[in-house]
Design a protein around this ligand. Structure first.
Ligand code: C2E
Ligand code: CA
Ligand code: CA
Ligand code: CA
Length: 275
């Protein structure tokens, strides 16, 4: 028994080493990706529920390696947050997105995702101000999406940073609403300009009455707090019709448009049948 325990421990350590090596390799690859221009941006449109008009575009980071391998942001962003690379990567996203949007003929809004690490570790208001000046993008066209994780780790500091950001004239959206432990107290802590209802509620909408009830409750909450609600992950006409009937303000999802290399000028025909 002793011997086999010994081998188990040894095996476990080897696996640990392997995991550590993998993370180091991935970190090195991320650095190269940034230097060699392997990162790019995708744009996914957001639309007003009552008119079908495009209200803005969410900016989504893409990493395609030289051999064509696609690595999902859901996989590399957590690692980039751990090793700090999210700071230069996030800065690249912000600068590139603002520069591109500033060149559009139509002045649509853009929504850029911010990591809690960015909110906690850099002089973010200074960076955002600098990028807006550099690119000439009007602050009113920039929305920053943050998740409640940023609020939980240091509520006081985060709300201070968010207030400074708002003074620049940008708006702040609460992302993935309803998935965390303290979505409601987060709403109380800061006057968000938009609530983005997490897409899990949409995917479970057909599964039973719970999701529908929660969506209705969040829409009522937004209404009484005077905060517009955007529903994420809208994939079917039934979902869109439900959201319209319930008074949802904005929608985003594959039904209206997939994330694309360039900002699409129109919502997809499938969604337009409702308007
Ligand atoms: P998120 O901020 O919630 O972004 C929305 C995600 O939902 C995107 O995944 C988008 O492609 C996907 N999506 C959009 N419509 C639909 C739909 O109708 N159905 C389904 N099933 N999915 C839909 P993506 O691009 O893989 O990004 C995953 C996450 O990675 C994002 O979630 C965000 O948390 C993070 N992320 C992406 N880009 C950035 C970035 O530039 N900075 C930071 N910090 N995080 C980013
Ligand atoms: Ca987002
Ligand atoms: Ca989201
Ligand atoms: Ca409403």
């Amino acid at each position: 028994a002793k011997a086999s325990l010994g081998t188990d421990v040894c095996f476990y350590e080897e696996e640990m080493d392997e995991a550590v090596r993998n993370r180091r390799r991935m970190a090195q690859q991320m650095r190269e990706a940034l230097d060699q221009g392997q990162f790019s941006l995708n744009w996914q449109l957001q639309a007003a529920v009552d008119t079908g008009d495009i209200t803005g575009y969410e900016v989504l980071l893409r990493w395609i390696q030289p051999d064509g391998t696609f690595i999902s942001p859901a996989d590399f962003i957590p690692l980039a947050e751990e090793n700090g690379l999210i700071l230069p990567i996030g800065e690249w996203v912000l600068r590139t997105a603002c520069a591109e949007a500033a060149s559009w003929t139509e002045p649509h809004k853009i929504a850029v995702n911010l990591s809690p690490v960015q909110l906690g570790h850099v002089d973010l208001p200074r960076l955002v101000h600098q990028v807006l000046v550099e690119t000439g993008l009007s602050p009113s066209r920039l929305e920053l999406e943050i998740t409640e994780t940023a609020m939980i780790t240091d509520m006081e500091r985060t709300t201070h940073v968010l207030r400074q950001l708002k003074l620049l004239g940008v708006s702040i959206a609460m992302d993935d609403f309803g998935t965390g432990y303290s979505s409601l107290s987060t709403l109380r802590a800061f006057p968000f300009d938009k609530i983005k209802l997490d897409r899990s509620f949409m995917s479970e909408l057909d599964g039973g009455p719970q999701s529908a009830a929660i969506i209705r409750a969040v829409l009522a909450l937004g209404e009484s707090l005077h905060i517009p609600v955007l529903a994420e992950g809208v994939e079917t006409l039934e979902q869109l019709a439900f959201l319209r009937d319930q008074g949802c303000d904005e929608v985003q999802g594959y039904l209206l448009g997939r994330p694309q290399k360039t900002a699409e000028a129109e919502v997809q025909a499938a969604a337009r049948v409702l308007w």
